[in-house]
Design a protein around this ligand. Structure first.
Ligand code: PEP
Ligand code: MN
Length: 274
C-alpha cells in the first residue's frame, strides 16, 4: 500500500482513533446502522410506501437513486430532479436522512441540497473529477468500491475526497467481479476487516448488489457485521416484480421486517444494535 498517503490511513499502525460520520443526525461508526429503500425512485407512491415500511422496520436512513448509472443506455435512467423532490417528501414524512447517488460532477452542489449522504456508485468510483468535487461540498460521501477495483485503488479514491477537505467519507463494500456466476458479484467480506486495519473510516456493506440474491442478503449481512461493518445498505421495493431496476434482488417490506428482527436479535447479543 505504498501509494497511500495518510489522510485515510492510520498515521502509524498503532493508532486506533476511528472516525465517525454524522449523516443528518445519525452517527455512523458507533453502532451498526441500516440504510434501506428502493434501488431507484420510480414514483411518489412507490418511494413513500418503501420509506414508511423501512422506517417502521427500524431503518436509520432511506436510500433511493434519482440518477441511475445503468449498464444499458436504454434502461431506466432515474427521474432526476423529480426523483430528488420525491425523496425530499419521503424524508419529511418519515424523518429518515436520505442517501442518493450523484453521477456528474456538475450536479454535486445542487444534489447535495437534497441528500444527507451522497453516494458514489461502483461504476463511478474512479471518476476523479466527481471525487474532487465531492471533496469540496459540505456533505458526507458514501464511496462504493468499484467492481474491478483493488482495496488500494478504492482507498486512494477516498483520498481524493479527503484531500480536498471533506473528511466525512464512509466506505461501502458491494462485491467485486470474479469468475463466479451464481452470485451477481462476489461480496468481499475480507475488505471490511482490511479497511478497518488500514483506515479510520467507517465502512458499510451492500449485500444486495454484493450477491444479487434476496436469499443471501441475511447470511451475508450477519457475516458483514461479524467482520466489523458499521452498517448495511439494502434494497427494498414494495413490489419487486414491477421494479424498474434491480427487482430481482430487492426484499419486500415484509421480508425486510423479518430480516431486521433477526439482525436485531443477533446484534443485540454481540454489539447492541439500538
Ligand atoms: C445502487 O446502489 O443502486 C447501485 C447502482 O449500486 P452499485 O453502484 O454498487 O452498483
Ligand atoms: Mn440497485
Amino acid at each position: 500500500m505504498k501509494n497511500l498517503r495518510l489522510t485515510s490511513l492510520f498515521a502509524d499502525g498503532n493508532v486506533r482513533a476511528r472516525s465517525t460520520v454524522d449523516v443528518g443526525g445519525v452517527i455512523v461508526g458507533n453502532r451498526p446502522i441500516m440504510i434501506a429503500g428502493p434501488c431507484g425512485v420510480e414514483s411518489e407512491k412507490q418511494t413513500l410506501t418503501a420509506a414508511v415500511a423501512v422506517k417502521e422496520a427500524g431503518a436509520d436512513m432511506l436510500r433511493g437513486g434519482a440518477f441511475k448509472p445503468r449498464t444499458s443506455p436504454y434502461a431506466f435512467q432515474g427521474l432526476g430532479v423529480r426523483g430528488l423532490k420525491i425523496l425530499e417528501k419521503a424524508k419529511q414524512e418519515t424523518g429518515l436522512p436520505v442517501v442518493t447517488e450523484v453521477i456528474d460532477p456538475r450536479d454535486v452542489s445542487w444534489v447535495a441540497e437534497f441528500a444527507d449522504l451522497l453516494q458514489v456508485g461502483a461504476r463511478n468510483m474512479q471518476n476523479f473529477s466527481l471525487l474532487r468535487e465531492l471533496g469540496r461540498v459540505k456533505r458526507p460521501v458514501l464511496l462504493k468500491r468499484g467492481m474491478y477495483s483493488t482495496i488500494e485503488e478504492w482507498l486512494n479514491c477516498a483520498e481524493y475526497i479527503l484531500s480536498e477537505g471533506n473528511k466525512d467519507v464512509i466506505l461501502c463494500e458491494r462485491g467485486i467481479r470474479t469468475f463466479e456466476t451464481y452470485t451477481r458479484n462476489t461480496l468481499d467480506i475480507s475488505a471490511v476487516a482490511a479497511a478497518k486495519e488500514l483506515t479510520h473510516l467507517p465502512i458499510i456493506v451492500d449485500p444486495t448488489h454484493g450477491t444479487g440474491r434476496p436469499s443471501l442478503i441475511q447470511p451475508m449481512s450477519l457475516a458483514a457485521l461479524a467482520a466489523g461493518a458499521d452498517g448495511l445498505i439494502v434494497e427494498v421495493h414494495p413490489n419487486p416484480e414491477k421494479a424498474l431496476s434491480d427487482g430481482d434482488q430487492a426484499l419486500t417490506p415484509a421480508q425486510f421486517s423479518q430480516y431486521m428482527q433477526l439482525l436485531n436479535r443477533f446484534t443485540g447479543a454481540v454489539s447492541g444494535w439500538k
